[in-house]
Design a protein around this ligand. Structure first.
Ligand code: ADP
Length: 514
């Protein structure tokens, strides 16, 4: 791994991203309520910290129940007419919004990198592009919001179903891919004729506000509302609000469970995208030219490992173990840790000091385990600029047993463990030995083995000989404790953002004399 050596003004955000900083300051202190960027009812603010230098880039209101009520009321008022706008017209508005985001994509990506500490070139730009792609896709699918006709039970009875909006929806999003996950909530919800209130994550709220501001230009007031605040104080009253008929959430398992409980008394439905402790598996016959870079991509190191799909348990067959480890370690050395806004940077900073400490805590657990080897990384950088932010290198360990907390818990940092295996059966059992069931990757040339793995692996998003990140038109969601429901494709809009009526119409006999 090479590190940034620059310090001082060369790394200053004023030099690297002046417009993005100006945008963050302009949006500071606002929420999107009923079509307008406005202040909230509270004076309390949350400081938004750039993870690369730990300096404030702005503030957002620390909303509570009063702002929740105002946002839900705005969404509820807008619902009456929004649901009656023809579906394809709604879709066209969103597609125009997608074009507008594309036109401002560079600035959006820079604000995203400021907010999250994710590297501009490797992460923030691709995430921005995936976001408007998702919006465009859902806008184009508006014509698919169709019901069904059912064969007659009697020649006089027309039997069909409708697809209707659910109503006011609450979306709660995390900080790790804030724009893409914001879009995954709002695009299908709004296309389907619902209105929505989003609560952004307290760590990365400004980029969400910026995107919402652009989209809002193309929508009637109140269709899209964005508030900011903490989970208990703002997220909970939003989920519990009696007018909110559905909650769509991405985040941690305990919060997902809490949200399901908030929604239960009013029988509101939930979509939950939660954590993972995903296996990346290399069979002895694998094409290592695919598998070695695949392990690195799959671990999402260039997103600091802060991805639900991170393949943090790397199972490698013992016959090729040394060769694979050597190959991965050699490539980890090429990853450049540095200022997220710098074009040369591959890997940026961990979102917050809380998450940074979490990574270090798991490294302490690993270090206190006899037999553990650090194959790469494992030490905080010494470069003065990197010392001033939440930078931690890509880290690869081995010598840990599967029951070690490092191999069981979702660290959400750049730490992966390699585990050797001998038999396929034993490996599958180990790969499934987690409460989670989100994603899995396997590399092999053996089609029969690949199909057996697909059948036996307990995961909702399963790949062979690749480890692509979730994207539009790829239906994505976990099983077991990784979630409830799917996102990113047509089925998610139809199944999670619409309700339906079953209709039976008996045409009776024509009126006499007509
Ligand atoms: P992470 O650990 O990645 O921050 P969380 O699940 O804690 O993930 O947070 C994801 C989102 O859920 C954030 O927007 C956060 O504010 C929100 N949140 C946290 N706790 C609650 C809660 N009790 N009710 C509703 N939302 C919550």
């Amino acid at each position: 791994m090479s590190t940034a050596t620059e310090t001082g003004t060369e790394n200053s955000l004023e030099r690297l991203a002046p417009e993005a900083l100006k945008t963050a300051r302009r949006l500071s202190g606002t929420i999107l309520l009923n079509g307008k960027l406005t202040g909230a009812s509270t004076d309390k603010m949350i400081d938004v910290i750039h993870p690369g230098n730990l300096q404030s880039i702005g503030q957002v209101p620390q909303c509570g129940a009063t702002d929740v009520n105002a946002a839900v009321e705005a969404a509820d008022t807008a619902l009456t007419s929004w649901r009656r706008v023809p579906a394809r017209e709604r879709g066209r508005m969103l597609q125009k919004a997608a074009d507008a985001i594309e036109a401002e994509a560079e600035l959006v990506a820079q604000v995203l990198a400021l907010d999250t500490g994710n590297a501009l070139r490797t992460q923030a730009r691709p995430e921005t592009a995936s976001s408007y792609d998702l919006l465009r896709m859902f806008g184009g699918l508006a014509g698919e919001l169709k019901g069904e006709t059912v064969p007659n039970m009697s020649p006089d009875v027309l039997h069909y179903s409708t697809r209707d909006p659910i109503g006011v929806i609450a979306g709660i999003i995390p900080w790790n891919a804030p724009l893409f996950l914001f879009m995954a909530k709002i695009a299908p919800a709004i296309t389907a004729g619902n209105t929505i209130v989003i609560k952004s994550a307290e760590q990365a709220p400004i980029c969400v506000l910026f995107l919402a501001e652009i989209i809002n230009r193309f929508l009637p007031p109140g269709v899209l509302n964005v508030i900011s605040g903490y989970g208990e104080e703002c997220g909970k009253p939003l989920c519990e609000h009696p007018t909110v008929r559905k909650v769509t959430f991405t985040g941690s398992l305990p919060v997902g469970q809490a949200i399901a409980a908030y929604a239960a008394p009013k029988l509101a439905t939930v979509t939950l995208e939660l954590g993972g402790k995903n296996p990346s598996i290399v069979m002895p016959d694998a094409d290592l030219d695919l598998a070695i870079p695949g392990i690195i991509d799959g671990m999402r190191y260039t997103r600091q490992g802060q991805a639900c799909t991170a393949g943090s348990r790397v199972f490698v067959h013992k016959d090729i173990y040394d060769e694979v480890v050597k190959g991965v370690v050699a490539r980890l050395g090429d990853i450049k840790l540095g200022n997220p806004l710098d074009e040369a940077t591959d890997m940026g900073a961990i979102i917050s000091s809380e998450q940074f400490d979490r990574t270090k805590k798991y490294m302490d657990i690993a270090r206190n385990t006899p037999g553990m080897r650090v194959l790469f990384g494992g030490e905080e950088p010494t470069d003065p600029y990197l010392r001033g932010g939440n930078f931690y290198p890509p880290t690869l360990l081995d010598g840990l047993n599967l029951d070690n907390k490092v191999c069981q818990d979702e660290i959400f940092g750049p730490v992966a463990t390699v585990l050797p295996f001998g038999s396929f059966d034993e490996m599958i059992e180990q790969a499934n030995d987690t409460p989670f069931g989100l994603s899995a990757n396997l590399w092999t040339r053996d089609l029969s083995r690949a199909l057996e793995y697909v059948e036996r692996i307990e995961a909702g998003f399963v790949q062979v000989n690749q480890c692509a990140a979730p994207r539009s038109n790829v239906s994505y969601g976990g099983i077991k404790m990784s979630g409830l429901g799917k996102e990113y494709a047509l089925d998610s809009m139809l199944h999670h953002f619409t309700s339906s009526k079953t209709v039976l119409i008996n045409r009776g006999t024509p009126a006499p004399g007509v």
